[in-house]
Structure formats: structure tokens, C-alpha cells
Design a protein around this ligand. Structure first.
Ligand code: PEP
Ligand code: MN
Length: 335
């Protein structure tokens, strides 16, 4: 249930109301917008007298939220969430577009520094690179692990770009101290223990859509993170599995406007994993920008033909520079 308070309600009266509601066993999620203050009532509201609440002088309206996701629901928080990457001027959401680029996996010091410099020059504002890799085959390159994170941190020092990398399990989290944004990958979207742990952190989490996840399941996973106190969640559409085999996955671009209607969280799109083909990355990146995405995550490798992982979908730095420029032109047109 949500209660929208009248504009200009004094804080003391808001506090009194919260106290009264908490006395009924509810947890209150408070959101201050430009015009209204919204109270999100989480818990069993079945015995709450909705009419009584609606009749209070300071209450403008009361609405039942039927969706099971509450904290990420736009009804709870009408304004877009803007994620600020600590220690940088990078913002995501609410009209702030982010370009996340870098290799699938961190391979060598030279590779990650070279790619970091190139994508920065092309306009990227966040560097990606996998250190722990979820591979379908146990015989494939599994990532450099801790060393990979150390190399990413060096690339961050060299370029000033904040870094994002994927965590695969709870035990790895202590290694992520210097990582700016933690990625929870598609295969872990419903690893509820991991979601709860990253929910206790104070850094942004990029939550990829599960391989076959519905939007509701995905939002419920965001809810797991947020219910532990971490509200800084970025949703990343990376394609879902369908009966189509020509592309690696099927990019569900309808998820962008749908999620932005349902939720206040930023939504970014990964056209690399969605298509699996470098030549499809540009058209899908442009379409994502036109659909209103808050950013893109694109795999870029200095030598895609020899990449240890996902070379077929990786762009060269030159190709990425062209995509970045054209994406910005599309944003100008649709804004
Ligand atoms: C990745 O971004 O490196 C990755 C493994 O992506 P996904 O979880 O979307 O497959
Ligand atoms: Mn990859």
C-alpha cells in the first residue's frame, strides 16, 4: 500500500504518521519527490484501516499496490532513481546515460589498459571486464580471478574510469572492495543468498536479467537486493532464451519501456550478450538508445579474433567509437 501525502506536510506530522503505522507492524519506505512525499507501507496491510488513513488531513490519497515488488515499484518512488558512482561524476538514470565498455574477460595487463584507454577516448564512462567468468564448459577460460580485479583497479587508476565486474558467489565479495559497481550475472539472477549479501553493501549493483526470467521475476530479484537496504540497483537487459538459434539470445527491447513504467530503477541494455554477433551490436545499441535505455554495456576487445572469451560478439575499439558516436546522435534525436 502507498500513501501520498499532501505537498508541504510538516516533517513532524510525517514522523507522527510513520510512528503510528510502524506501531501496526509495518515497515515504512519514505520517498521525497519534488512535489509529494510518498510512504510505502511494507508488510501485512490487511488489518490496516485504509479509509481512516485516507481521511487524515495530511494524506492526499492511498492506493493498494497489487504487484509483489514494492521497493522497486514506481508507485513507491515516482521519480527516476539516479545512481551516482561514488568518487566519480558518473550518474546513471533520470536522463543520465552511461556507456559501459570493455572486454568480456580481463586477460593481460596490456590488454585491459589498452582497451580502457581506447574506450575512454571513444566516450565510455565505465570500464567492464570479467575476472570471475561463468562459463558453460568447465574446460573454458574461467577468468583470472583476484589478479583480474587487480588489473582492473590498475586500469581505473590509469584512466580514471570506474570499474564493473561480476561476482559469482558470496565468498568472493571481500575481493570487490575497490570495484565501483558489482555485476550479478544472468546465471545468478535468482541466487537469493548472493542477492541478499550484495543488498547489504553500499555500492551500486548491476542486475542482469536471468536466461529465461520474466520481468516480474527479475524485479523480484531487484527487490531482494533492495529489501536488505541497498537501493542502488541497475537493471540490465541482455536477451532471453527463445526458440531462435541464429542469435545467441533474443534481445527483449520491450523490457526497456515496460520496466521504466513499472519501476524507477535505471535500465541498461547489453547488445553483445543479447546477440552474440559483433555485426548486430550497433543496430541493437541504437535501437536500445531509441527505446529509452539509460545506458549500454558493450564488449570491446583489442583483438577479438584472439579473445579468450566471447570474441565473436566483441567490437574493436574503432567499431566501438563509431557505435558510441551514433548512439549519442540517436539520443539527441529522441530526447
Ligand atoms: C558478462 O557480462 O560477462 C556475462 C557473463 O553476461 P551474462 O551474465 O549476461 O551472460
Ligand atoms: Mn561475455
Amino acid at each position: 500500500m502507498i500513501a501520498i501525502l499532501k505537498a508541504g506536510t510538516p516533517q513532524a506530522q510525517i514522523d507522527n504518521l510513520i510512528h503510528w503505522l510502524e506501531g501496526q507492524g509495518l515497515t515504512i519506505h519514505l520517498s521525497y519527490g519534488d512535489y509529494y512525499t510518498v510512504l510505502g507501507l511494507v508488510g501485512d496491510t490487511s488489518s490496516l484501516d485504509m479509509e481512516l488513513l485516507a481521511s487524515l488531513d495530511i494524506v492526499q490519497s492511498v492506493k493498494r499496490v497489487t504487484e509483489p515488488f514494492k521497493r522497486c515499484n514506481r508507485d513507491f518512488h515516482p521519480d527516476d532513481t539516479i545512481i551516482e558512482v561514488p568518487g566519480t561524476d558518473v550518474k546513471i538514470g533520470g536522463g543520465n546515460f552511461c556507456l559501459i565498455a570493455g572486454p568480456c574477460s580481463v586477460e593481460t595487463h596490456e590488454q585491459i589498459i589498452g582497451v580502457a584507454r581506447a574506450v575512454k577516448a571513444a566516450g565510455a564512462n565505465i570500464l567492464r571486464g570479467g575476472a570471475f567468468k561463468p562459463r558453460t564448459s568447465p574446460y573454458d577460460f574461467q577468468g583470472l580471478g583476484q589478479l583480474g580485479i587487480e588489473m582492473l583497479v590498475e586500469a581505473k587508476k590509469d584512466t580514471g574510469l570506474p570499474i564493473i565486474t561480476e561476482v559469482m558467489n558470496v565468498n568472493q565479495l571481500p575481493l570487490f572492495e575497490d570495484v565501483d559497481i558489482i555485476q550479478v550475472g544472468a546465471r545468478n539472477m535468482q541466487n537469493f543468498d548472493l542477492l541478499k549479501e550484495v543488498g547489504k553493501l553500499k555500492k551500486p549493483i548491476l542486475l542482469k536479467r536471468g536466461l529465461c526470467a520474466t520481468m516480474k521475476e527479475w524485479l523480484m530479484s531487484a527487490e531482494y537486493i533492495m529489501s536488505e537496504g541497498n537501493e542502488q540497483v541497475i537493471l540490465c537487459e541482455r536477451g532471453i532464451r527463445t526458440y531462435e538459434t541464429y542469435t545467441r539470445n533474443t534481445l527483449d527491447l520491450s523490457a526497456v519501456p515496460t520496466l521504466k513504467g513499472l519501476s524507477h530503477l535505471p535500465v541498461v541494455v547489453d547488445p553483445s550478450h543479447a546477440t552474440g554477433k559483433a555485426k548486430l551490436v550497433k543496430p541493437m545499441a541504437l535501437a536500445a538508445a531509441a527505446a529509452g535505455a539509460d545506458g549500454l554495456m558493450i564488449e570491446v576487445h583489442n583483438d577479438p579474433a584472439h579473445a579468450l572469451c566471447d570474441g565473436a560478439q566483441s567490437l574493436t575499439p574503432q567499431q566501438f567509437a563509431d557505435v558510441a558516436k551514433t548512439v549519442m546522435a540517436v539520443r539527441e534525436v529522441v530526447k
